[in-house]
Design a protein around this ligand. Sequence first.
Ligand SMILES: Cc1cc2nc3c(=O)[nH]c(=O)nc-3n(C[C@H](O)[C@H](O)[C@H](O)COP(=O)(O)OP(=O)(O)OC[C@H]3O[C@@H](n4cnc5c(N)ncnc54)[C@H](O)[C@@H]3O)c2cc1C
Length: 536
Amino acid sequence: MDHISYAYGTNHFDQDQELKAVLRHFWADHNVHWSTLSQFGQWAGQEIYEAVYHIDHEAPPVLIAHDLDGQRIDRVRLSPAEKRILTETAWIMASPYQGQGWPYHYALLYLVGDPGIGCILTITGQTVYALNKYAQGIPDQARIQSDLLSGKAWGATWMTESQGGSDLGANQTVAEPRGDVWLLTGDKYFASGAGLNDYAITTARPQGFPAGPKGLALFLLPRLNPKGTLNYHVRRLKDKSATRAVPSGEVELNGSEAYLIGNAAEGIYYTLENLTVSRLANAVAAMATGKKAHLEVLGRVARRTSFGRLLRDHPLIRRDLTDLAVRSAAGLALTFYGIEKFDASWRDRPPYTDRYHLTRFITHLAKNRTADHAAAMTQMGMELFGGLGFLEEYAVARWHREALITPIWEGPSNIQALDFLETIQRHKVQDSFLDDLGTRLERAGTSVATQAMAVLEERLSRLASLNGREAQWYAKDGLTVIADAAQVALLYSMAQDQGERYAKLAELYAARFLDHQEYPAWVDTDQDVWGGERHA
Ligand SMILES: Cc1cc2nc3c(=O)[nH]c(=O)nc-3n(C[C@H](O)[C@H](O)[C@H](O)COP(=O)(O)OP(=O)(O)OC[C@H]3O[C@@H](n4cnc5c(N)ncnc54)[C@H](O)[C@@H]3O)c2cc1C
């Protein structure tokens, strides 16, 4: 990796000034874990960084259908590098259940950075989430949870079927009660973790339940049934353009034995709640891919010369570095604001409290807008490497491929927009959101802050007042614009305790994304904004 990456071998925590500022601002307990994060950052920048490149390029999981004795096993063979990384990162899923909170979990996931490894950790964590919160009396439940949190077993979340991923209500998998278990029959069409996992949570419709999403229950599906034989088959693995570390397959359920989680009639709530966990993880992964490209670029512009100058001494390069810094700080602020709210509300249950609905609203803002930031940052990263940026043999190109999954899985932008609209029209989250951000903007006391508040008020009241197809039409634009005004508010809020740099970033973000103007030229001489930690 030494010769193909500038970010390799560096500490990805110590040099990430945006992450450190965001954690200090949004996470009261950050001090307790600071030295562990720094150690983890060194490991993330070295072993993990090398392993994920290797897995993507040379050693993705391979499906083995039969063992040497001719038994159907449907197991993936992992490279030793992937096995080691997975075993040694499994512990990061445990922090929410050990009283250390979600910000710690998501900060570690961000440092891992790779969406494929991040997916395996997240779907395993989500399996525990559903069991821990809603399941009762599943045989061996405590051992299963403990195995999942310690790398002895892996989990998965299988909802999507070929006729619909967004439209979960179109699920055709059926569940038939048989004594203490349920027999599930159907196909799961995008099943990440397939062949690797030991347990999955999956949706199915119990006989006699209504059509649509409300008729779905949630089940725990072990890979092996109690007799020790295969409980389902993996038809094949998908050939993906990125996230290759995680095997994603097609799974056939044919009378597969499964255990009901919680109350069958609440299955769709558990499923959607689980999506909040993975949408936050998605926002984390998006900003992480952007940051990996950003770190590569900071190394590049300090070495490469053109026209007799270092790249970073040209005004337009500084303009591009400004864009990377602004997006990184803003996207991370929105993400960890959502995580802070989730940390306070994740124990809420259906029909939920107002604060949980607010968390969900912020999660839609973050999931959607960070995916845009990730695509723009990683694309810019490639471009700033010139021709080398387009070559797969160097490290930077991969991050753009990885970033492009973040707008798609866990619900594409249209689905985020529709769900976000529901939190406004049905759950009326806008008043508490405006209260919270309004206080932060008022404290900033600038004309830009006043403008951001006006944007929030206008867009939210407009979306609340529209109906039917017209409301849907404007929902996606509203989702973006409200996220942008929120990022301005959060950067201003960070300026209160993280320094003047964050007030500048708030104003730069507003100029670019609320006013749609170019970044102002004064930034050219302000290295504090664009220089990155190691060059500051
Ligand atoms: C690499 C990878 C791994 C995955 N892993 C898993 C997994 O482990 N488990 C799992 O359950 N799923 C998984 N998925 C599936 C993923 O969650 C879905 O692909 C995604 O939710 C979109 O569903 P779909 O593919 O059926 O697209 P569709 O639902 O067909 O959507 C197609 C387009 O139409 C839009 N659309 C749909 N409905 C509306 C509407 N009402 N209004 C406006 N626009 C609409 C969508 O936004 C999208 O842009 C994975 C996908 C990928 C690519």
